[in-house]
Design a binder for this molecule. Structure first.
Ligand code: KG4
Ligand code: ZN
Length: 358
């Protein structure tokens, strides 16, 4: 079965053709990073306009790179949510129109489930139950995946996503956008034991995560030490490199501490670490070390499949299509779409206090 995947939830317009859920015939990504750079983050209105211009040529490129005709496509999988409303609507409307005109089925895909499926292409088959850490600019969650297509959130961030923390700290230090890769590069030459940043301890005993306290601790440190933001084109000094390394170690430490604790409790057969922040080598090494300790395999997507792409959407879509699921043409973008098959107690959780300790 040939599935055309379409992704437009944030700042990448992407299309891919995937055969039988795990064979990538083409994967085309048009990134808007350069356009948003001057603003230090994604500007939603600019993003949707750019998607509108790019969607048709990107889909055409994916079809031609796959060396197929549009009429060879058997089904379309499109990111339905979560994401930016204007951006999502461009992909969803385009996909519905194309599916209708070709007379083929369409399925709406949860973007986060797409990240879970990003490991399917370059690793052995996932054995269930699996424990999946999905860590990106918009999301930071750990899912228990007892079986294919079933998810329970077992840890979530109570505030910022981990990638968002990388981006905000980089902005604070005048380092540019997106912050993750820049901080990782600087951290390589820094001393990660130089500054001890706090790790959030959630006082209600849940295995949740929190990164806004860490961000505040970095801001306080910068103020107290009189660290000036790096001027454009200037070479960052050692204090900035040590700060980058110490901050990165705190993020990696809290993600891995939580993942390992949950793995010990839930005893999965496979660990999955995916999403944009999974590009980070320090995170990968820490996950590999934790997995070795747990005697479990850990699967990562390669770099180009870690950040947003449409191949992962096609793969997740295929799993649902294979199960007989279809979306009707009334399907629309869902900005707060959840990936959870069981009731959750989000609202109650939000009311609880987060306590930080060093
Ligand atoms: O998955 P993604 O492309 O988009 C979202 O769905 O959010 O993730 C983008 C995020 C950004 O916050 C970026 O700073 C972060 O992933 N990121 C990294 C690295 N590469 C990208 N964070 C840490 N280290 C990296 N090497
Ligand atoms: Zn993403």
């Amino acid at each position: 079965m040939l599935v055309l995947g379409i992704e437009s939830s944030c700042d990448e317009t992407a299309a891919a053709v995937v055969r039988d859920g795990n064979d990538i015939l083409s994967s085309v990504i048009s990134s808007q990073i350069e356009m948003h750079k001057p603003w230090g983050g994604v500007v939603p209105e600019l993003a949707s306009r750019e998607h509108l211009e790019k969607i048709q040529p990107i889909v055409a490129e994916a079809i031609s790179e796959a060396r197929i005709a549009l009429s060879d496509i058997d089904a379309i999988a499109v990111t339905q949510g979560p994401g930016l409303i204007g951006s999502l609507l461009v992909g969803v409307c385009y996909a519905k129109t194309l599916a209708y005109s070709l007379g083929i089925p369409i399925v709406g895909v949860n973007h986060i489930e797409g990240h879970v499926y990003s490991v399917i292409f370059e690793n052995p088959p996932v054995e269930y139950p699996a424990l999946a850490l999905i860590v990106s600019g918009g999301h930071t969650n750990i899912f228990n995946v007892p079986e294919k297509r079933k998810y329970t959130v077992v840890s979530r961030t109570r505030d910022d996503a981990a990638g968002e923390a990388f981006d905000k700290v980089a902005k604070m230090l005048g380092l540019g956008y997106p912050g993750g890769p820049i901080i990782e590069r600087l951290a390589k030459d820094g001393d990660s034991s130089r500054i001890k940043f706090p790790r959030a301890k959630i006082s209600d005993g849940r295995s949740d995560l929190s990164f806004s306290g860490l961000k505040t601790a970095v801001a306080r440190y910068v103020r107290e030490q009189g660290i000036a933001p790096v001027e454009t084109n200037a070479v960052p000094n050692q204090a900035i490199k040590d700060l980058a390394a110490s901050f990165q170690a705190a993020v990696v430490g809290s993600l891995m501490g939580t993942l390992e604790k949950l793995a010990n409790e839930l005893r999965p057969k496979t660990l999955i670490v995916a999403g944009g922040v999974a590009c980070n080598l320090a995170l990968r090494e820490a996950a590999q070390t934790a997995a070795d300790r747990l005697r479990l395999p850990v699967y990562f997507p390669s770099k180009h499949l870690s950040t947003d792409n449409a191949a992962m959407i096609a793969a997740a879509g295929f799993a649902h299509l294979e199960n007989g699921e279809r979306s009707g043409l009334e399907m629309t973008a869902d900005i707060t779409m959840r990936l959870q098959n069981f009731e959750n107690d989000d609202d109650e959780l939000r009311k609880r206090k987060v306590r930080y300790r060093l």
